[in-house]
Design a protein around this ligand. Structure first.
Ligand code: EAX
Length: 341
């Protein structure tokens, strides 16, 4: 072997040793830890499948030292209870809808504005850009670290009384909404009767007819078997549901730089997987719900526009009263992403 060949081989060996030792050294910065991660939907829903993927990636990247156990379907308690458990440091991770974070950081309610974005590509561009980052930056002061935004999807109305073809068909519907002032005001503006409630109580409330309706992406309706208690689904598309991967700040502050890097990288890698399967499965959800006996109707663009106009006072009031810097950033970002199909 020529001298340069020897040199090259030595260099490669040295690099391998370095990387190997760096890899081992990196894992040296990782202690044996057990984490619990909660989700709000059943195990077969893409949000919970995303959490499962996160579990696998963290184990692989930490040499098995960081053991994450996932608890789907609000097994660790209602949304606000799990959020409090993260603030208190008694639970390590939770993956809720952004809507319930509005109680901690009011500006997360900006994500729930009616008809904010229309396509997954627009949603990704908004959430992965400066506006999403600005929202995440507000979380540490409230006891959370936000690692990534995952997808819930376009939200549609289901109910047990009638198809929602027109704005007027929403009038008088007792509809469960997420615990968030924007959703409450939105459905009041649509002349419905909004009832804020944890997702864990929704199936029972619909089954007993205490409520007529709820609103969620159709995948949530499929996964939570709402077709058993809801006859109609109508594609209102009135909001885009965002999911936030949260870590307890108290827990995060105990972690080494290496451990933080593992969790952050895993949340982003799992995000791309989660969004992909969410979109793949969403295409199938309509057929599945029809096969399960639901009557699904498309809400026309004209009627969606009437719904948007009916909720415009809610949007105006939020944009006039929420943090002006964030509102300004949101407006410029919405102009940017509107050019994305
Ligand atoms: O987090 O509460 C809701 O309607 C959410 O969309 C659902 O639980 C996914």
């Amino acid at each position: 072997m020529s001298p340069s060949g020897i040199t090259r081989r030595t260099a490669l060996t040295a690099t391998a040793l370095l990387l190997g030792s760096a890899g081992a050294q990196a894992q040296q910065g990782i202690e044996e830890r057990t984490l619990r991660i909660g989700t709000t939907v059943p195990a077969d829903h893409p949000i919970s499948l995303g959490a499962r993927k996160f579990v696998e990636i963290v184990a692989a990247r930490s040499g098995g030292k960081l053991k994450v156990k996932d608890y789907p379907a609000l097994a660790l308690g209602p949304e606000l209870q799990q959020q409090s458990a993260l603030v208190g440091g008694v639970q390590e991770m939770f993956v809720p809808s952004s809507a319930t974070l509005a109680g901690a950081v009011r500006e997360f309610g900006l994500l729930d504005l009616p008809f904010l974005v229309r396509t997954p590509a627009q949603a990704d561009a908004l959430m992965d850009g400066p506006f999403g980052q600005a929202l995440l930056a507000r979380l540490p002061d409230k006891g959370f670290i936000g690692l990534a935004f995952w997808e819930n999807g376009l939200r549609h109305v289901t109910n047990s009384r009638r198809p929602v073809q027109r704005l007027e068909d929403l009038q008088g519907l007792k509809i469960r909404v997420q615990q968030n002032p924007v959703f409450i005001d939105m459905f009041k503006a649509l002349q419905a009767n909004p009832v804020p409630m944890s997702f864990g109580e929704v199936y029972g409330a619909l089954e007993t007819r205490a409520l007529d309706a709820q609103e969620n992406p159709l995948l949530v309706a499929r996964s939570a078997k709402l077709f058993e208690v809801q006859k109609y689904a109508s594609t209102t598309g009135h909001a885009y549901g965002v999911i936030v991967v949260l870590v307890s700040r108290k827990f995060w502050d105990k972690l080494s730089g290496e451990e933080r890097k593992v969790l952050q990288a895993a949340a982003l890698e799992a995000r791309d997987y989660q969004r992909r399967i969410s979109r793949e499965q969403s295409r199938q959800a309509v057929d599945d719900l029809k096969a399960a006996g639901m009557q699904i109707n498309e809400v026309s663009a004209a009627e969606q526009e009437r719904m948007r106009q009916a909720t415009q006072p809610v949007t105006d009031r939020v944009l006039q009263t929420y943090d002006p810097a964030l509102v300004k950033l949101l407006r410029s970002e919405l102009e940017r992403v509107a050019r994305i199909s």
